[in-house]
Design a protein around this ligand. Structure first.
Ligand SMILES: [Zn+2]
Length: 48
């Protein structure tokens, strides 16, 4: 079974979420674990 490394916390996880975000005008894709994905969603909600 494949395992992935979370972009944010760098823990290995078997369950990941692929996210898209813009950084320095570049569209990037990164993998986040369940926990960091939840945090990321929360950070989006807090933006105006
Ligand atoms: Zn993580």
């Amino acid at each position: 079974m494949a395992s992935y490394r979370c972009y944010y916390c760098e823990h290995e996880t078997g369950s990941v979420h692929l996210i898209n975000f813009f950084q320095s005008r570049v569209d990037r894709e990164e993998l986040l674990c369940d926990e960091c994905y939840a945090d990321w969603i929360e950070s989006l909600k807090s933006e105006p």
